[in-house]
Design a protein around this ligand. Structure first.
Ligand SMILES: [Mg+2]
Length: 234
């Protein structure tokens, strides 16, 4: 089946079940985090410019396509040493989850229109993310800026982790239990195979999609029922 046929089939399921819920992950599912990574690399390069101009130049030369899931791995793949990679990782960690940086993100093509179409068909779009409550402000601003349906808690809702240090997987298990009580979950979108498998296990009748963007590299094989797409264009 083509990407269009797969995405259309889920919309047909939404039409057939009034109030149906479609769950969307955010990072590397609806949003590309590449520009957020690049901004932090640029700021780190500026910070080390006087002490190590060569490394700063290498970091500035890294393109979107060369980014790996871990910023330390990106640095090491470009020949930078352990010490610098470790410093960069600390610098990155202090910024990547902060509200102003969330506004750097671009969208995975077709996402805003697809989330809106779910609602137009009588369904609900739930954004369920490993971002925590401290990131609500930047997340809401980013959703609005890119014209996603506004998460008003009715047709669209934003479900964030209560605490930053809560593991994403455990949070999603519990959040899905609560979302499942609010209506039929007919589909989901994720970039982590482990999370897609959780959706399939929890809602076996739904259509569950894995975005071919990037993931944490955990060695998890996607369930055979997983539907694969590149983005949300139909
Ligand atoms: Mg994600």
């Amino acid at each position: 089946m083509t990407q269009k046929a797969l995405l259309d089939a889920l919309l047909d399921d939404v039409s057939a079940h009034p109030g149906a819920i479609v769950v969307f992950d955010l990072d590397d599912t609806l949003f590309s985090t590449a520009d957020r990574h690049l901004r932090i690399l640029e700021e780190f390069a500026a910070a080390i410019q006087t002490q190590d101009a060569r490394a700063a130049g290498v970091l500035r030369g890294i393109s979107r396509e060369q980014l790996m899931y871990s910023v330390a791995d990106t640095a090491k793949a470009h020949g930078l040493d352990e010490k610098l990679a470790k410093d960069l990782r600390g610098f990155w960690f202090a910024r990547f989850f902060k509200n102003p940086y969330l506004l750097e993100d671009s969208i995975i093509p077709g996402g805003p229109e697809y989330a809106a179409e779910v609602i137009a068909r009588g369904g609900r779009s739930f954004y369920m993310t490993g971002r925590d409550e401290g990131m609500r402000e930047g997340t809401e601003a980013s959703l609005l800026r890119h014209k996603f349906p506004e998460p008003d808690g009715k047709k669209a809702a934003l479900v964030l982790k209560p605490r930053f240090d809560e593991p994403d997987f455990e949070f999603k298990v519990e959040a899905l239990r609560r979302i499942g009580e609010q209506g039929p979950v007919v589909g989901s979108f994720e970039n982590e195979p482990k999370h897609v498998n959780l959706f399939i296990e929890r809602f076996p009748k739904g259509k569950h999609f894995l975005l071919d963007t990037k993931h944490s590299g955990r060695p998890v094989t996607p369930h055979s029922a997983t539907l694969h797409i590149k983005d949300f264009r139909r």
